[in-house]
Design a protein around this ligand. Structure first.
Ligand code: PEP
Ligand code: MN
Length: 340
């Protein structure tokens, strides 16, 4: 249930409603919007909404029928903007994250960081803990790799996004990461999600390959219900019967999520299509469809990359794509960082 207070409702009136909700056993989450204060009441109790409608300062009481509450747009009608230093995700600017599938060494991270920064990316990606389908595939360089990625990012003025797979990795990895990525295979690792909810750090939550949009929003709810509201969603393709691409990019998830939720949503075209030459066209489509950003695999030497070379863009190819994306962003009233 969501309670929308009148414009100019007093603190006393807000307190009074909050106390009544808490007395009925609800967990109350307050969101102070531009005009209205909104109280999100989370709990399974059935109450008569009229008991709240009659309270002083209450404008309207809305029952939320969706199973996710805090992630729902009813709870926060204006979109969430996630701020990390000078970077804003979910605002007017389209933000691009780019980098290798996995961190190989400092020189690799450094070369890629220099190039993607010049092209207008604001965040470097690179996995240190890799969720591989086979236990015999390369598993990542762990914290040592993260130190290399962090050093390259700091040298070139970029933020770091990187995946953590298990709760026990969070402590050692967190100091080197600005946005913690939850991979598709871990979207329903509920223990990990709850632990991330305890942090005050943005989380990039990728859609599971067989997850519905509601499943994705419920996973976001796990993080948010623990107190961390900084969740960025990521559409990265789902499994379908199609075999010409690694997964099938669900472009329609972008407007659907924007309708259902206030959280920003970005797109990972690389894992969606799995083939280099398909990455630029679907990246352009994602921005045109309203994605708040992209996360793209880029490598200085994809032919010799440790993993996902076949879907990684060459440095020049990425720079050219960025030029095209800027035109599309502008055409739909958004902005993008200029190339240096
Ligand atoms: C990744 O981004 O490195 C990755 C493994 O992606 P996903 O979890 O979407 O498969
Ligand atoms: Mn990859």
């Amino acid at each position: 249930m969501v309670i929308v207070m009148n414009v100019g409702a007093s603190e006393k009136q807000v307190d009074n409603v909050t106390r009544k909700l808490e007395a009925q056993g609800f967990a109350v989450h307050r969101s102070t919007g531009v005009q209205h204060t909104i109280l999100g009441a989370v709990g399974a109790q059935v109450v008569d909404t009229r008991d709240y409608e009659v309270l002083d300062g209450v404008k309207e009481v809305i029952r939320i029928t969706q199973p996710y509450k805090l992630a729902s747009r009813h709870f926060k009608p204006e979109g969430t903007v996630i701020r990390i230093g000078e970077v804003e995700i979910g605002g007017r600017e389209v933000v691009v994250m780019a980098g290798p599938c996995t961190i190989e060494n400092f020189e690799q991270s450094d070369r890629i960081a220099a190039s993607v920064k010049r092209a207008g990316a604001k965040i470097i990606r690179g996995g240190a803990f890799k969720p591989r389908t086979s236990p015999y595939s390369f598993q990542g360089h762990g914290v040592e790799g993260l130190k290399q990625l962090r050093a390259a990012a700091d040298k070139h003025g970029l933020l770091v996004v990187s995946e953590v797979m298990e709760p026990c990795q969070l402590g050692p990895a967190e100091p080197y990461i600005d946005i913690i990525q939850v991979g598709a295979r871990n979207m329903q690792n509920f223990g990990l999600l709850r632990d991330l909810g305890q942090l005050r750090k943005p989380v990039l939550l990728k859609r599971g390959m067989a997850a519905t949009i509601s499943d994705l929003l419920l996973s976001a709810e796990y993080i948010m219900s623990e107190g961390n509201q900084q969740v960025i969603l990521c559409e990265r393709g789902i499994r379908t019967f199609e075999t010409h691409t690694r997964n099938t990019l669900d472009i329609s998830a972008i407007p659907v999520v924007h309708n259902l939720s206030h959280l920003p949503i970005i797109v990972d075209p690389s894992h969606a299509v799995g083939i280099r030459d398909k990455v630029p066209p679907v990246s352009r489509a994602a921005i045109a469809a309203g994605a708040d950003g992209l996360i793209i695999e880029v490598h200085h030497d994809p032919d010799n990359a440790i993993c996902d070379g076949a879907q990684s863009l060459y440095l020049e190819q990425f720079a050219q794509l960025m030029d095209e994306l800027r035109l599309i962003a502008q055409a739909i009233g958004r902005t993008m960082q200029a190339a240096a």
